[in-house]
Design a protein around this ligand. Structure first.
Ligand SMILES: Nc1ncnc2c1ncn2[C@@H]1O[C@H](COP(=O)(O)OP(=O)(O)OP(=O)(O)O)[C@@H](O)[C@H]1O
Length: 294
């Protein structure tokens, strides 16, 4: 996408967005509701046209049908054809492609082996999502576009789904997904793009986003005489949270702060140092920061 803006009447859904997704990368497109993620994907697929700017897919027009043989797509709110079983639906989609994946492989990828003969439109929400994943994989695509794929899936189905996705990425293929499951996004993505109000506000490896925005946490149990006011004044302390005697400090210099706490013989025990997660970084980025990190 190059300098892409999309307006729906007065509403600007995507504002001056530029991003290039390289072959073999696994990108998580994150952002709060209404950030412009689905609109961006729809433009990448040629389903809607940008108001301004240029979108290309495999270097060409996203609408060109030859591009579609190499992509798999899972969108939100899409239904499947009526009066077909799960296996018939998958067969139908396999028929659209020159070199489809084997039916058994697709049933396994979706974890729907036992539901093969069930009518597709009777599936539960989570299983319907799994069927749509099988349909996205049917043509053995080079690129997968998945818009909130795990909505409705239970814990086991999610785990199976992320395992399948990791296998897909490990084979050198390209993934672009949107999700609100930040823990999992962190595990599969090698690049995270965060959108807010139609703009890209961060674009980096998950590690560097976490480092920059989540920082680190030192937590410990405070002794009865520990002076919290004095603790707030120590260098490198960004924020302190307490729950009873349990204290958690957010810091960008955990080594330095830990050294200070020990050298100055602060009354603390059960010390733990942890890295902040993507969720914390995401919250900070989308609610607190005005600037961008690209
Ligand atoms: N067809 C449309 N007509 C008018 N406004 C639209 C249309 N499609 C999207 N919008 C608006 O554009 C903005 C971006 O929507 P979009 O669906 O891209 O967000 P999103 O990041 O995918 O959100 P979510 O996480 O809720 O799926 C929202 O304010 C939405 O209401």
């Amino acid at each position: 996408m190059k300098d892409v803006t999309k307006q729906f009447g007065q509403k600007t859904a995507v504002r001056d967005v530029t991003m290039k997704i390289a072959k073999g990368s696994a990108v998580a497109l994150l952002g709060p509701n209404g950030a412009g993620k689905t609109t961006s994907i729809a433009m990448m697929l040629g389903l809607i046209r940008p108001t301004r700017g240029v979108v290309t897919l495999f270097g060409g027009d996203p609408l060109a049908s030859e591009q579609h043989a190499h992509i798999g797509v899972m969108l939100q709110g899409v239904s499947v054809p009526d009066r077909l079983t799960v296996v018939e639906t998958i067969q139908l989609f396999r028929g659209f492609y020159k070199k489809p994946l084997a039916i058994d492989r697709l049933l396994t990828a979706a974890g729907l082996e036992e539901d093969a003969r069930v009518m597709a439109n009777r599936l539960s929400g989570g299983k319907m999502r799994r069927l749509q994943f099988a349909l996205a994989l049917a043509g053995n695509p080079e690129v997968l576009f998945l818009d909130e794929p795990t909505v409705g899936m239970d814990v086991t189905a999610r785990r199976h789904f992320w395992d399948e996705l990791r296998r897909f990425i490990a084979s050198g293929k390209t993934l672009l997904l949107t999700t609100h499951d930040l823990q999992e996004a962190d595990l599969v993505a090698d690049r995270v793009i965060v959108m807010n109000k139609g703009r890209i506000i961060a674009d980096a490896a998950p590690e560097s986003i976490k480092m920059q925005f989540a920082g680190r946490q030192i937590s410990f149990v405070a002794g009865v005489h520990l002076d919290l006011q004095k603790l707030t004044k120590l260098p490198d302390v960004i924020e302190i949270k307490t729950a009873g005697r349990q204290v958690t400090i957010r810091t960008n210099n955990s080594d330095g702060l830990l050294r200070t706490l020990i050298m100055e013989q602060w009354e603390i025990s059960d010390i733990q140092v942890t890295g902040g997660g993507l969720e914390e970084a995401f919250m900070r980025l989308t609610t607190e920061t005005e600037g961008t990190f690209v």
